[in-house]
Design a protein around this ligand. Structure first.
Ligand code: NAD
Length: 286
């Protein structure tokens, strides 16, 4: 299969990332089917895509006719068996066993030429691939948050990914007017490995009562970062960010520099997950 054969794109998961990925892909003229196991979250995801496109039109970043066409290109799917496409990107919870289960089911209801990709931030692509029937057709396509805005996308080749699949993945990303960077499978790939210390040092400073989290954010923002670590964790989802750190910590054989934060773990336990739950380090109720 080459890029000319890709017309239909499937997205699994209508959460923070699935929404942005679906929007970017629909705006590039592909027809998109988006599936989530939770129908309420699927509806909410579509509402957010609508609002984001409306906002883009108001800000004159999106032409009205393109925005309307994109919305018509997106179809909600509440039954996984109806998710047939040429390329399917999984963007569900950062948990290996759940990702594998869903991808195996998707593989069974699609043709042998279907390309499967994961948007995982940290789970080894080769480990997911190992469980699939056609591991050569599987790769990582790692978008950044917000996916409809951020141009960088890591295209990750696992040990079992074929060269053809990697090149197709990269060409597909380019067709979305985004910037693909080819990366070999390794813990946290490139960006999340480097970024761990941005979050972890911020958390340690707060845990050690050196400064409160607002001060850390203000200082980092005053040096040129668009967001401080705490505002960014709230945007990403504190549960997702914590899961990523935990996976990278284990992948590096419990190297202390990657040790997950207890403060962050407590936020997850309390259900304070960031913007998506209206409360994280900051309060979003108002
Ligand atoms: P999220 O919690 O916002 O959304 C996950 C969605 O997946 C939810 O709507 C949930 O209902 C759905 N889901 C869970 N299990 C499912 C299943 N078995 N079948 C179908 N749907 C299911 O998560 P997110 O932040 O969008 O993260 C998704 C993936 O993207 C993760 O692998 C994460 O590591 C990665 N990622 C996240 C970010 C970020 O900033 N949040 C950035 C890059 C990559």
């Amino acid at each position: 299969m080459d890029l000319n054969h890709i017309k239909r794109v499937g997205i699994i998961g209508a959460g923070t990332m699935g929404q942005g990925i679906a929007q970017a892909i629909a705006l590039s003229g592909y027809s998109v089917k988006i599936y989530d196991k939770d129908v309420a979250l699927l509806e909410k995801g579509l509402e957010i895509i609508n609002l984001n496109i409306e906002k883009g039109i108001k800000l004159e970043k999106i032409k009205e006719k393109d925005g309307k066409a994109a919305l018509e290109h997106i179809e909600k799917i509440s039954d996984l068996e109806e998710l047939q496409a040429d390329i399917i990107i999984e963007a569900i919870i950062e948990q290996l066993d759940i990702k594998v289960k869903v991808l195996k089911e998707i593989e069974d209801v699609n043709t042998t030429s279907c390309i499967l990709a994961s948007n995982t931030s940290s789970i080894p692509i080769s480990e997911i691939a190992r469980a699939l029937k056609r591991p050569e057709n599987f790769l990582g396509i790692h978008f950044f948050n917000p996916a409809h805005i951020m141009p960088l996308v890591e295209v990750i080749s696992g040990v079992l990914t074929s060269k053809k699949t990697s090149i197709l993945g990269s060409n597909f990303v380019t067709s979305l007017s985004k910037k693909p960077v080819m990366v070999k499978d390794s813990p946290g790939f490139i960006v999340n490995r480097v970024a761990r210390h941005f979050y972890l040092e911020g958390l340690k400073i707060t845990e050690e009562s050196i400064a409160d989290f607002e001060t850390v954010d203000k200082l980092m923002e005053s040096t040129g970062f668009k967001m401080g670590p705490f505002a960014l964790m709230d945007l990403i989802g504190i549960d997702t960010n914590f899961a990523v750190t935990s996976t990278i910590y284990d992948a590096f054989h419990q190297e202390p520099r990657f040790r997950p934060s207890r403060l962050q773990q407590q936020k997850v336990i309390a259900g304070h997950l960031g913007r998506k739950s209206r409360k994280g380090f900051y309060d979003y109720e108002s």
